[in-house]
Each structure stands twice: as structure tokens, then as C-alpha cells.
Design a protein around this ligand. Structure first.
Ligand code: NAD
Length: 407
């Protein structure tokens, strides 16, 4: 399952539902630039190791390239290309003035010491600085990259280029020019999307929720949904999961994972595998970890009444078809997890204007965008009698077509 092929397939499927400019489609099938770099790192034992890093600049039709950097042993150029294409679509669905890009390093960060991780992160910036910049390409965090890592990166970038705006990277710590609300943004944006759409699919307040992934996105989403009165009944991390019929206390689960590094042995809940988590009887399933989790082989067994994609690319095109036939709506990643890039764009704007907005202002602006765009995507899906993913792609494609005509 090559994620870039899946992304192209999604593009083709949307274009089969309504007319799309063929020049635009050809542009989007070919990232504007793909770069692979070798990053030498002096390890703590004195040896040198070379890591492979990537940046894919997919489309600048609507603004500077924007997208996170992923650290993962399975990260490769195909995955980064897919993620970059989705960023182009996501920024267009959110209607923010950004294009799409993505970066990565093939590495298991858990195997590195903190100083090795810092050298690697600074090395990625040194290798790619000539093609980055506040008006050119603005990276952010993704899987296994944190505010602290963004802090090292922006510091390295500023040293190399003399940039004083700090707008070259987003998702930075507050004291380094980060924005209020950025840490919560993806999970909270997911909640706003869900809340704008749930009634249309008959999901009631207090419904049950299962969350795969407990990082920035999944952990915060679980907290936010439970604060709004929803019942979290299943959670998982990369190693294992837990299920409890009534509800899990999310803060206790997160604290347990922090202390024990895993959910194994969590008292008062049944241990389940990650695969089982996707098939538990639940109102809303939230994949918030990796791509290709819901596939042709398990989509028939999903019991959720609605899927809210907070990870990028968790559902394959074949699984989309099965779920559509079964009447299970999938709120697509390019809409549901756009909160992160929306608040990243607010951070970029604050840096360029030398402003610092309050958390209240940031979250109100976020909510306004997400609620409006969720409504537009839903209406388009109704008008075309198609699923929300095709509808979201078509909303994005319409905006990209307008940009292409202006170029
Ligand atoms: P993270 O590194 O903070 O957390 C990832 C979580 O997923 C961890 O809890 C990890 O244990 C878990 N995980 C890893 N492999 C797993 C597996 N095989 N099964 C179940 N769980 C697994 O990363 P994140 O920033 O929370 O990103 C999660 C997803 O959300 C990714 O798909 C990312 O691209 C997407 N996303 C992130 C942001 C953001 O702002 N951070 C924005 C939009 C989308």
C-alpha cells in the first residue's frame, strides 16, 4: 500500500464525480520538488551515522509550502509525497493562504539520545535551509516531532540565514514565538469538525468514542472529547490498547502511560490489540496514529457509526468504498485534522506581524474556519451524492483551480 498511490487514487476518484481542470490535475500528480538529503550525525559513542531526510514541496499555487516533518523508521519518499499532496488539499479546504509540503527522516527517535536527536534535527535544517524560509516553505511538527524539536530547528535556521521573524517554522514553544493554542489545535479542530457534522449523522451528545494513538493528536482529542461529555471507551498506543464498557478516565490513562511507557496492565480495563480497537462497538472511531489502518481486510468489521480521521491517510480507497456502502460516514483527514495547520498559519502570521494573539482569539478564529468549511464540504457531498472525502477534495480542487487561473 504505497500512500502516494492512494493519494493519487483519491484525487482521481474526486475528479470522476465532477469536472476538474485537466491541467490542474496534471500539476497535482507531480510534486513541484522532491529532495532527499544525507544527514551525518556524530553519535554519543563517537561514531558517525548517516540518516536519510526528505522534503517534498508539492504545490505553491495558493501560497508558501506548508507541512510537518515526520520522524519514523518507515518514513520514505513515497509517504512524504502523499503527506505533501494531502497538505495541499488540506490548506485549500481550510481556505488558508498556504500550499502543501511535507518532510521526514527515516529514524526511530526512541533509539537516539537527546543530544543525537538535536544534532539530527539541526542537520536536517542545514541540509535543506536553501529551499526553506518564511515566504517559501514553512515546516511544522508531525509524528514524533515536538515543540522542542521545532525550537532547535528554527534556531538553526535563524543562525544560518539571519532571519529574525521566527516565521520559518511553526509549532514552536511559546517562548520561541509559538502560538497560544497550537498544541491543542489538531485535536480541538477535530472536535469542532465533529460537532459541526454529528447531528447530520444522528450522533448524540455523550456518544461513545474509541481513539487509536495517544500522541499530540490522539491524546489531546481524547481529553477534549471527554471534557465535552463524550465517553472514551477505548484507547491505544503503538504497542497495545485498552477497552472499558462504561468509560475510561482519560487523565488517569494518560498518566499511567507516562509512568509505565505503555498501557499494558492498566487496571479495571480489558487489554486489546490495536487491530481490535478498530473493530470495537462504538459510536465514533478516531484513528489518530498512522496511515493504512482501515483497509479492505477490516473495513467490513468496523462497528463504528462514524469515523473521524485525525491521522493522515488512515483509510485506504478500497476501505472507503466498503464503508460508504455500509453507510458509515468518514470525515476525511484533510478536513478533520486541519486544525493544526490552521493554527500554524496563525503562528506564522503573528510572527510576521510581530503580534501575540490570546488563546481565546486563536481558538475562536479556528472554530469559525472549521465550522464554515465543514458546512461547505457537507453541502457539496449532499449536492453530488458522494462521500465527504470526494466532496472535500472537490472543494479544494475548486480553490486550486482559481489559483491556477491567476498564475
Ligand atoms: P505523535 O508522535 O505525537 O503520536 C503518535 C501516537 O501514535 C503515539 O501515541 C504512538 O504510540 C501512536 N502509534 C504509533 N504507531 C502506532 C500504531 N501502529 N498503532 C497505534 N498507535 C500507534 O504524533 P501526532 O502528532 O499525534 O500525529 C498522529 C497523526 O496525526 C499522524 O498521522 C499525523 O500525520 C497526524 N497529524 C498531526 C498533526 C499535528 O499537529 N501534530 C496535524 C495533523 C495531522
Amino acid at each position: 500500500m504505497n500512500p502516494f498511490e492512494n493519494a493519487l487514487e483519491q484525487l482521481a476518484r474526486a475528479a470522476a464525480v465532477a469536472p476538474v481542470d485537466t491541467d490542474l490535475l496534471a500539476r497535482l500528480q507531480h510534486p513541484e520538488r522532491e529532495v532527499r538529503v544525507a544527514i551525518p550525525v556524530r553519535m554519543d559513542d563517537g561514531s558517525e551515522r548517516i540518516f536519510e531526510g526528505y522534503r517534498v514541496q508539492h504545490s505553491s499555487l495558493r501560497g508558501p509550502y506548508k507541512g510537518g516533518i515526520r520522524y519514523h523508521p518507515d518514513a520514505d519518499i513515497h509517504e512524504v509525497k502523499a503527506l505533501a499532496l494531502w497538505m495541499t488539499m488540506k490548506c485549500a479546504v481550510a481556505n488558508i493562504p498556504m500550499g502543501g509540503g511535507k518532510g521526514g527522516i527515516t529514524v526511530d527517535p526512541k533509539q537516539l539520545s537527546k543530544s543525537e536527536l538535536e544534532s539530527l534535527s539541526r542537520g536536517w535544517v542545514r541540509a535543506l535551509a536553501p529551499i526553506l524560509g518564511p515566504r517559501v516553505d514553512v515546516p511544522a511538527p508531525d509524528l514524533n516531532t515536538t515543540g522542542e524539536i521545532m525550537g532547535w530547528m528554527v534556531d538553526e535556521y535563524n543562525k544560518i540565514t539571519g532571519d529574525k521573524t521566527g516565521a520559518g517554522f511553526t509549532g514552536k514553544p511559546l517562548k520561541m514565538g509559538g502560538s497560544e493554542g497550537r498544541v491543542l489545535a489538531t485535536g480541538l479542530g477535530g472536535f469542532f469538525t465533529f460537532d459541526a457534522l454529528r447531528k447530520k449523522f444522528g450522533i448524540k451528545e455523550g456518544a461513545s468514542i474509541a481513539v487509536q494513538g495517544m500522541g499530540n493528536v490522539g491524546g489531546n482529542a481524547a481529553k477534549i472529547f471527554s471534557q465535552y461529555g463524550y465517553r472514551i471507551i477505548a484507547m491505544s498506543d503503538s504497542r497495545s490498547g485498552i477497552f472499558k464498557e462504561g468509560r475510561l478516565d482519560v487523565d488517569t490513562v494518560l498518566a499511567y502511560k507516562n509512568t509505565n511507557a505503555s498501557l499494558k496492565g492498566f487496571p479495571g480495563a480489558r487489554g486489546i490489540s490495536n487491530e481490535e480497537l478498530l473493530e470495537v462497538p462504538v459510536d465514533v472511531l478516531i484513528p489518530a496514529a498512522l496511515e493504512n489502518q482501515i483497509t479492505a481486510s477490516n473495513a467490513g468489521r468496523v462497528k463504528a457509526r462514524m469515523i473521524l480521521e485525525l491521522a493522515n491517510g488512515p483509510t485506504t480507497p478500497e476501505a472507503d468504498d466498503i464503508l460508504f456502502r455500509r453507510g458509515i460516514p468518514v470525515v476525511p483527514d484533510i478536513l478533520a485534522n486541519s486544525g493544526g495547520v490552521i493554527v500554524s498559519t496563525f503562528e506564522w502570521e503573528q510572527n510576521l506581524k510581530r503580534q501575540q494573539w490570546s488563546e481565546k482569539k486563536v481558538l475562536e478564529k479556528l472554530k469559525k474556519i472549521i465550522v464554515a468549511q465543514s458546512g461547505i464540504v457537507f453541502e457539496r457531498s449532499q449536492a453530488l451524492r458522494t462521500d465527504l472525502r470526494r466532496a472535500a477534495f472537490l472543494v479544494a480542487l475548486g480553490r486550486l483551480e482559481t489559483a491556477l487561473k491567476k498564475h
